[in-house]
Structures are given as C-alpha cells and as structure tokens.
Design a protein around this ligand. Structure first.
Ligand code: ATP
Ligand code: MG
Length: 424
C-alpha cells in the first residue's frame, strides 16, 4: 500500500514545534484577559452565503479560495476562510448587542483557503483574532492595534512595521473610486489581467496588486487621503495621535486599502521584514458596514486577525525558543532515585517544570540526556546530597554548577525563576 500523506496545503504540528504554538496561545490569552476581551467559538463551517455576503464575491477569498461543498441534505456549506463573518453572524443571531454596550471578543482556530501552498501559506492555517463590536470611537481602533503590538512584544518580536491608512466612509470612497478609475483608464491595457478585470468592478483592489508593472502605474495614482471628508480626517487624526501617545510607531501607507463597501476608516497591517514575501503577520481594520450588510442593526466594529503559522516561523527564525522545561533531574543510586521522585513533585507543586530521568542509565549518560532535554538546568542528587538535603544545580548553557539546599529551591521561587530566565 502506498503510504497516505497529509492533504496538500495541510501539515501536522509535531511535539517538537508545538511549544511555539502553546506559547503564542498562552500569551494571547493573557493579553486578551488584560484588555477585557472574552473568547467566542463559532463553527468551522457555515452556510456559503454568509461568506459571499460577509466577505464579498469580488474578493479572491470568495471568488477563488473557498472550500465549498454540498452536504447530504443539499445545502451549500463552506469551511470558514476567516473568522470575522462567523463572529458577526453569531453577534446578530444571539442578539449580543442587546446585552448592552460594547462586545470585545477574541477567537482562534483553523481557517481554510484553497491557495498555492508555500512557506507561510497553507490551505488549512490558523488565526487568532479580535473584534470590538458596538464602538465607533477611534480609541477602539487604537485599543486593538495596541493589543496586537503588545502580543507580538510579549513574544519577543519587536522588529515590526505597522502600516496604517484610512479608507474613509462610503462617500469618501465613492469620490476616490471615480478619481482612481479616471486615472487608471488610460493605462488599462498596461495593467495585469486581474487588475483589468477589477478596473470597474473593484478598482481599489488594484492598489494591492503584486504585479510590478501595475505597481509602477499605481505609484503615481491619486491618494485616498486626499479624498477624505472632515469627519474621516478627524477620525484618522485621532487614531494617529493616540498611537503616538502610546509610543507605537507607524507609517501611513495610502495604498493599503480594502476594496469592500463595508470597510471604513482605519485599515492596518503589521509586517516583519524577516518573513520574505509572506511578510504580513496581522491584518485588520474597521468595518462599520458589515453587521448591517449581514442583516443586523447597523453596528460599528473594528478588529484584526493574525496568522499563527507566520508567527511560529518568525519565532523560529529569530531563534526565540518556546518556554523551556525548567529542570532535568538526574540521580545517582537507588536512594537518590527514590527521594528524587518526592523532590520533583515538591518542585512541581511550587510551579516549576521538572523532567525526571527515567532511563535508569549510568549517571554520565543521564547528564547527556539532560543536555539534550532543552531544560535550563540539571538537578543532581547523589548520596552526599541526600545526606545533606541539598542538590547540585548545573546550568546547562554554561556548565556552571552550584550546591544549594533543597528547601531553598522550594521557598525562594521568585529568585530561582529569575535565575532560570537568565539561563535559558
Ligand atoms: P495575504 O495577502 O498574505 O494572502 P490576506 O490579506 O489574505 O493575506 P487576511 O485575510 O487579512 O490575509 O488574514 C490575516 C492573516 O492571516 C494574514 O496576515 C496572514 O498572516 C494569515 N493568513 C492568511 N492566509 C493565510 C494562508 N493561506 N496561510 C497561512 N496564513 C495565512
Ligand atoms: Mg490571501
């Protein structure tokens, strides 16, 4: 029998890699808690027309990338290509607006798009995302951006670019759309095929064409920022002012747009120069028209989604290691092995991670295993240590060794945590 492999564009996340995922998930939960966001879990598949209406038929996602199938009851269903449409549907369906005030929600999970697989681009991929529903305040835009930057920073990722733009409101965009079509029409035959297609249907999308010739033409195109009305300019100004207050740097990029009508005001992307062509880790913005578009009461909203695979790649590229195990416990002799079980458990009870050597092999071999374990330090118990209720701590990064009282490790937890942090 020919071995069966994972389907194209999907991959297994093996134990070796899963530490990165767990670290991202746990940091994300912590950040969301600190910003008062609550988790929502929506189904992996939805009725196809939710995405047609909620993402838009003129987009690549709906036009080319959806995993759509007819089920045994003749219903057209689609594996979710992104999280916002499902959250918006749930918000309307369960009258979450009636629960008063502003809903701050986060989600994470698998998404599905039929794309050409490559580094940082898969058919089943994972996102973590947030949505604020019910606030039109520019501070909500700033809050979600701050949250994304904080999350990346807690993971040790600082080398980032935040690209920011405003797409204004519907009126602004209509005026800009006309100006853009006027500008592009004389160049029509020089545009790439997709862009020619979009010229009348969805001209704003041409601005993010990857085609070099099209990009050259676009460099001199009118800027949406010159078409913003007073209210939109004010919103954008407040967002920028507040980001500056918070020490978050950004670059305004007028060609960062989302082509659909329900996108309004702020659009942003966070990129890392370390990721090559798949450089965008996080994309988001305001979508004041979406809930209305899906049949709910008009509700302003803003949010973002982050690609987990690209985040994991970035951590690996920057050699940022996922949380290591704290201690590897090696023992010399039966008495030490027996006491080692009790000591390891006491350490775990005060919060340390401990891997006990279960190989029963010679002591030197246990030390070699300790080196390979990825622990920060090896704890060594032998006859002498048992007699004095002490333990040797061998820092694996440097090989330095010291003898300490067992009770010291159990009572001075903060101190040892800090030493472990310095010896990752
Ligand atoms: P791209 O331009 O890279 O296709 P996008 O505009 O389609 O991105 P969004 O829909 O804004 O992406 O999704 C937000 C984030 O989800 C992206 O910035 C990226 O990190 C991640 N992402 C999107 N599609 C994929 C995919 N097929 N595989 C892995 N990650 C993805
Ligand atoms: Mg895409």
């Amino acid at each position: 029998m020919v071995g069966i492999q994972a389907a194209r564009g999907t991959r297994d996340i093996l134990p070796e890699e899963v530490g990165y995922w767990q670290q991202i998930e746990s940091n994300a939960r912590d950040i969301f808690r600190r910003f008062a966001y609550r988790e929502i879990r929506t189904p992996v598949f939805e009725q196809t027309n939710l995405f047609e209406r909620g993402i838009g038929e003129a987009t690549d996602v709906v036009g080319k990338e959806m995993y759509t199938f007819i089920d045994r009851g003749d219903r057209s269903l689609t594996l979710r290509p992104e999280g916002t449409a499902g959250v918006a549907r749930a918000y309307i369906e369960h009258h979450l607006s009636a629960m008063g005030g502003i809903q701050r929600l986060w989600y994470s999970g698998a998404m599905f798009r039929y794309e050409r697989p490559q580094a940082g681009r898969q058919r089943q991929f994972h996102q973590v995302g947030v949505e604020v529903l019910g606030s039109a305040d520019p501070r909500a835009d700033v809050e979600v951006i701050t949250m994304a930057v904080s999350l990346l920073n807690t993971l040790g990722i600082y080398d980032l670019t935040l690209a920011l733009n405003s797409v204004g409101d519907g009126d602004d965009r209509n005026r800009y759309r006309t100006a853009l079509i006027d500008y592009l029409t004389p160049f029509q035959s020089h545009l790439d095929e997709d862009s020619q297609d979009r010229l009348l249907r969805n001209p704003l999308r041409i601005l993010d064409s990857k085609n070099t010739k099209t990009q050259e033409i676009i460099r001199h195109a009118p800027s949406i920022l010159d078409y913003l009305g007073a209210q939109s300019r004010h919103h954008f100004h407040q967002v920028q002012e507040s980001l500056t207050d918070l020490g978050i740097s950004y670059t305004v990029n007028p060609s960062l747009v989302r082509g659909l009508d329900y996108y309004t005001h702020t659009a942003f992307e966070i990129q890392s120069s370390h990721l090559g062509s798949q450089s965008t880790i996080c994309g988001g913005g305001r979508y004041d028209g979406l809930i209305d578009q899906l049949g709910g009461d008009s509700t302003p909203a803003v949010g973002w989604a982050m690609g987990m695979e690209r985040l994991v790649l970035l951590l690996q590229l920057q050699s940022i290691s996922p949380t290591k195990i704290d201690f590897y416990l090696a023992s010399k002799g039966q008495q030490a092995e027996r006491q080692g079980m009790v000591f390891a458990q006491a350490l775990r009870n005060v919060g340390f991670g401990v891997e006990v050597d279960l190989s029963g092999s010679a002591f030197n071999k246990q030390l070699k295993r300790a080196d390979r374990s990825g622990a920060s330090a090896c704890l060594i118990l032998g006859d002498g240590e048992i007699e004095h209720q002490s333990v040797q701590v061998k820092w694996l990064a440097t090989g330095n060794q010291e003898t300490v009282n067992q009770s010291d490790l159990l009572t001075q937890v903060d101190y040892w945590r800090q030493r472990l942090g310095e010896n990752m």
